[in-house]
Design a protein around this ligand. Structure first.
Ligand code: URA
Length: 383
């Protein structure tokens, strides 16, 4: 832990750190290690901000089968994520929430070391992952941080034990830095919610902020937002924080907060209620169940890869993505389907890889005669 903390600090200090200590309020951030259909930042950040936390959110792009919050926000016409630090500060001061993209000034050593890790086979090294993530997060100038460490086929960490070790390392680094940090280990064996793809995920986030989103996405969003709120007011405890998170969601305050921040960052907030204002795919391809039975598994990695194949993601950072395309699931793990039931729909603008993506998606659904146990969404809390 001493070595990892020292490495993290050295990496952090190769670049700039933001300092919002002059702004009133407790600064709380959130980070996910990445998954498929994970649009929780678009929901939890407005909930926590509506409940009084100040949320400076530096977001990243998706890579491979996983999505990134920056790509999702850029699906909103006009939304600007390349703000100056002064603009960032001003939106944060006014609304308690602002989203910006990673800049070259933040932990520049990480970029160089990451390239070396690829070449030296150390991409999977837990201490190097922990230092990489925490050096970038600590540059945000937060007081408290909630980490969503994903576990499962669609996650960076496939095994619960590895995810726990990573969480312990990151929480330990935070503690040594005098920050309040909690990690929640959550399931990423199947996609989160029903929508995968950038504009599609903005729509689902909007529905969730209007309290008509998928059950799993709503449950996880409330869990993470409550932890952010409780880190902002540790004296109040988790029960009070949960009540505040639910109140911010149910009263419409969190939805209004997201609308205000979209407008403040140059985007059109009407997209949250008029989905036709978001980029739209030009065709759709439906996938049907080949047999009757129970869905025992939906392989998140394959669904993420299929969405990336359609253009929703990228395999190298230089590639452009298509905000309109992706996959909408119709059913989730544990549900019973008949032969010919529609399992999901692919939204497409370029037909080049549709056949391949359709096959991948069909194979991602495991359908069996007997139901299988479904995994809990929240697996463990490390603090
Ligand atoms: N995310 C990061 O930022 N760094 C890693 O090393 C792995 C995931």
């Amino acid at each position: 832990e001493n070595e990892v903390t020292a490495l993290t600090l050295a990496m952090l200090h190769t670049g700039a750190t933001l300092d919002f200590s002059d702004l009133p309020g407790v600064k709380i951030s959130k980070h996910s290690t990445g998954g498929v259909g994970d649009k929780t930042s678009l929901i939890v950040a407005p909930i926590a901000a509506a409940a009084g936390a100040v949320v400076p959110k530096i977001t990243g792009r998706g890579l491979g089968h996983t999505g990134g919050t920056l790509d999702k926000l850029e699906a909103i016409p006009g939304f600007r994520t390349t703000l100056s630090v002064e603009e960032f500060r001003s939106v944060l001061r006014e609304h308690g929430l602002c989203f910006i993209g990673q800049t070259e000034q933040i932990a520049p050593a990480d970029k160089k070391m990451y390239a070396l890790r690829d070449a030296t086979g150390s991409v999977e090294s837990l201490p190097l992952i922990a230092a990489s993530i925490m050096s970038k997060k600590l540059a945000e100038g937060f007081d408290g941080l909630v980490l969503d460490v994903k576990v499962g086929s669609g996650a960076f960490m496939k095994k619960h034990m590895d995810a726990r070790k990573l969480a312990q390392l990151m929480v330990g680094i935070g503690r040594r830095m005098g920050k309040r940090v909690q990690a929640v280990l959550t399931d990423m064996d199947q996609p989160l919610g029903y929508a995968i793809g950038n504009a599609l995920e903005v729509m689902e986030a909007s529905q969730t902020l209007q309290n008509s989103g998928p059950a799993d996405l709503t449950q996880l969003s409330i869990e993470l937002a409550s932890r952010m709120i409780s880190l902002a007011n540790p004296a109040e405890g988790m029960e009070a924080a949960r009540e505040q998170a639910n109140a911010a969601l149910n009263s419409g305050a969190a939805f209004a907060k997201f609308q205000q921040v979209i407008a403040a960052q140059g985007g059109n907030p009407d997209v949250l209620s008029q989905f036709e204002l978001l980029p739209n795919a030009s065709s759709a391809r439906e996938i049907f169940s080949p047999r009757a039975g129970f869905i025992t598994r939906i392989n998140a990695e394959d669904i993420g890869q299929a969405a990336a194949m359609l253009g929703a993601g990228r395999d190298t950072m230089e590639k452009h993505i298509d905000p309109a395309v992706g996959v909408i699931l119709e059913h989730k793990g544990g549900e019973r389907v008949g032969a010919g039931t529609r399992l999901c729909t692919l939204y497409v603008t370029d037909e080049t890889h549709v056949e391949e993506a359709a096959q991948l998606v069909e194979d991602a659904f495991h359908i069996s005669g007997a139901p299988a146990e479904t995994r809990e969404l929240v697996l463990e809390v490390v603090q």
